[in-house]
Design a protein around this ligand. Sequence first.
Ligand code: WTA
Length: 632
Amino acid sequence: MTLQIKSIDQYHEVYKKSVTDPEGFWAEQAETFTWRKKWDKVLEWEFDSPSVKWFLGGKLNITENCLDRHLETRGDQTAIIWEPNDPSEAVKTYTYKQLHKEVCRFANVLKKNGVQKGDRICFYLPMIPEMAIAVLACARIGAIHSVVFAGFSASALADRINDASCKMVLCSDGNYRGAKTVPVKAVVDEACKSTPSVETVLMYKRTETKVEWVEGRDKVWQDELEGVSDVCEAEEMDSEDTLFILYTSGSTGKPKGVQHSCGGYMVYTTFTFKNVFQYNEGDIYWCTADVGWITGHSYIVYGPLSAGATTIMSEGIPTYPDYGRFWQICDKHKVNIFYTAPTAIRALMAQGLQFVEPYSLSTLKVLGTVGEPINEEAWRWYKKHIGKDKCPIVDTWWQTETGGIMISSLAGVTPEKPTFATLPMPGIQPVLLNAEGTEIEGNDVEGFLCVKFPWPSMIRTTWGDHERCRSVYFNRFKGKYFTGDGCRRDENGMYRIIGRVDDVIIVSGHNLGTAEVENGINSHPNVVESAVVGFPHQIKGNAIYAYVIMDGVVEDEAKTRQEILEVVSKEVGPIAKPEKIQFVPGLPKTRSGKIMRRILRKIAAGEKDNFGDISTLLNPEIVEAVKEGALG
Ligand code: WTA
């Protein structure tokens, strides 16, 4: 059984061992899993190329750990509870036995459609149980899943399909989101106009929305399942074989395909799941994320199932049929552990307590947050009104690239502190560096957050472009993994994440690259140039402020703004729509032509002065003009 730390003293003891003898520590953890063949060597690494390998020579299949190994001990226990968008629709549940069977069946569907080990399969699916089943089915046969959040636009989807040369796309006809039915297949059809690698589109009928059909390419998921065997031997995978790719935004317009491998990812997500949430036998656990993001991969599917948990998947949105939906689901399924994003907490907090009061929330034991810094007000509201002042809150800091939770308290075991992620997980060695790359020692300090030693679930490479992985994460500070976040360590050694220090803006917990959004805006035919920055937003945490230079005079600002919002939606997706669009005559630039975002950020935040030395700018006069037109 995976180690579960039960006291603060034990945490310190385990942490110490994990950094003095990381290989011994992780080998002990890995021993608790099912391997076809044990590893020959625990770790090989260097952070220059970089090259990181865990459990070398080990053979396994992660689904044997998520499914098969539970069949004898907990075969009839519920593995997944699925809560539909519409509260009056029936809930679906899958025991471990049933889930195992469904995964095997779908794995056979993939095989019969020619999918082989190493093939890339793109997912563009709503939160239906089939999404988890299909993820596991890929893993079972060694196909690499690349899940794209089903809110991305056709062009963003096409970029991701092409980058990984996906052979198949899994989608649905439509997606129920609140009172709306959103087309899904239509987006895939549009994307697939420019994706030569796609041979098959497998569509799950969810909404019975009318769709177009490409004969020979398109197939109905339910039809494909007919008569398929429910036996499917798992493929033997090497510990370092790729399990999945997940795209995340970067500082160029092109998204990065973060690549994770089988062995280390399994060990680390399971270990952190059991320890951070203090998951115990029989607990009902609900993470509200979408499987389209890393949180859904690690803490809805792989971590919980490998730990033998009961995990809830919910299809809908927190505001439908009303703002009490989360709390209603907590009561309905007697949720013990609840994990969500600060942006959702803030949105629900803003609606007042009348949506919380009808529910008892009495089964809750542990609350969690992820994705962005949580402000103190939201933290206190969550603690008091949802946790009734009896549930510990784990503020979990991590990234798509880290695969699992890196800094967080262990619920009820190690101390919590509002707005602080607190302490590193066993095996994680965070460091703060100054701009010169010198390690800042001691406490009560602030710097760039880096990690100086590998951990099992860390990024291995960026798909098809290892140099990008090196230059983004391992180049800025030699010999360290750079997170892109600024961080403070308080007088007691607790970590508080301050926010991004690069060109990524986190809007409602979603990472967006400034370049990606700017490319979207620039696709409007009359836009000459644009620059986007984040600015503080009460609910979203950050929102996007766009400065746009138009070709000629803007006659109708409202209309042009609307057009820009539409092109951004189309090019990137609705989540990337700017909150504010200011038309400007020019953008402040350095002599080398680089946009001075620092100044734009200040103006967007409503600052009137303190712009520092602007005399080095190519066009200092523009600052005044931009300031004058600033939108309050
Ligand atoms: C931010 C999400 C503060 C951070 C799992 C990080 C957080 C980025 C927290 C990764 C937190 C995530 N407190 N900031 N608890 N969790 N972040 O890849 O800036 O979608 O670098 O992974 O989100 O976002 P990603």
